[in-house]
Ligand binder design. Sequence first.
Ligand code: PGA
Ligand code: ZN
Length: 414
Amino acid sequence: LIRNIKAREILDSRGNPTVEVDVITANGFGRASVPSGASTGTHEALELRDGNSERYNGKGVLKAVENVSRISEILVGYDCRMQREIDMTMIEMDGTDNKAVLGANAVLGVSMAVAKAAANESKLPLYRYLGGANTFTLPVPTLNVLNGGKHAGNDLAIQEFMIQPVGAETFAEAMQMGAETYHALGKYLNESYGASSTNVGYEGGYAPKMEKTTEALDALMIAIDRAGYSDEEIKIGLDAAASEFFDGENYKVDGEAMSSEELTAYYIDLVNSYPILSIEDPFYEDSFDDFENLTSELWETIIVGDDLFVTNPERIAKGISTNAASGLLLKVNQIGSLSEAIDAATLATRNGLSLFVSHRSAETEDTTISDLAVALGADMIKTGAPARGERTAKYNQLLRIEEELGDAGEYIRL
Ligand code: PGA
Ligand code: ZN
């Protein structure tokens, strides 16, 4: 039974305040903290910030912390294993569609900490508590090794250039392949663009002064080759985060203004020239039609909806009925509770979409998403470069889970 729920303001990896929640039960304890995006979707649940310019440039989260006290008053005495009932109680208490009253940061912090307390009380690892007895798959890491867009101070329109070690036998081997390629990339960038090109963006990927998408992709291909891998073993994933370079009419890529038709042709060209396995948010966040068109043109590529779906079952249902995408990016704080995030994942996978569990560009040391990815049998986990503590925390947790599963564990085959 829940005895107390307590929240505090801590710092995230961008140096901004975020919410951390402790759930204290009769025989257990759970602690979780909440991430934050930079290229956030318009349709995401509301992240409650104080707006008091005298503290943290208005970014304080003391109101959300205070709201956790209000939530605690209601939830004391609940069995922490009643995850869904607890999440629905908070949603009802909030009363809005986007958690605008309590804040998705308050609700999600409680939701994740409740799950961790319940796992702790049940004496189960979190992935097994959430996923059940037959939980055994490890996702492919999609490692963001080169940053552009809003995540870096360069001129690349595409936000993320990721490597996907699909040819590994184990998760541990995938991380080795990823880290070796990351270092080969750093060395190549240093040689060709100078030392400052290996400065990193929000998610730990290098942020070289580049302007063209193909320049970044060529660098990745060189790195994969120099690290000793083939384009069968390591694939490439892109996150265009296209809402960020859409001006209401055109998309600005490689210094050119492109219509959605021109951008479609551009992506098709890229897929024909590079081993690209997935493209996330190729168009702005409400362009279901353009998504659908690209998904049918590139049926061998996974077209992933992030800002398009915002982990929202209603938007995912619309995407399924229109065939707008072939993959879901799952970010727990876009929807604001664990139960709703699991609903989103279930809806997507039942309808044949690939599942990518994802971090945000501002993170903490919290590793809930690693356990969640295993629990959901996710195809991929996207949690940045194999560098920076808030990113490696997630990958390292998956290394521990793989060790614990032993022979029963299996690296996902895509
Ligand atoms: P964000 O970026 O966390 O800044 O929104 C991540 C993404 O777009 O996938
Ligand atoms: Zn994205």
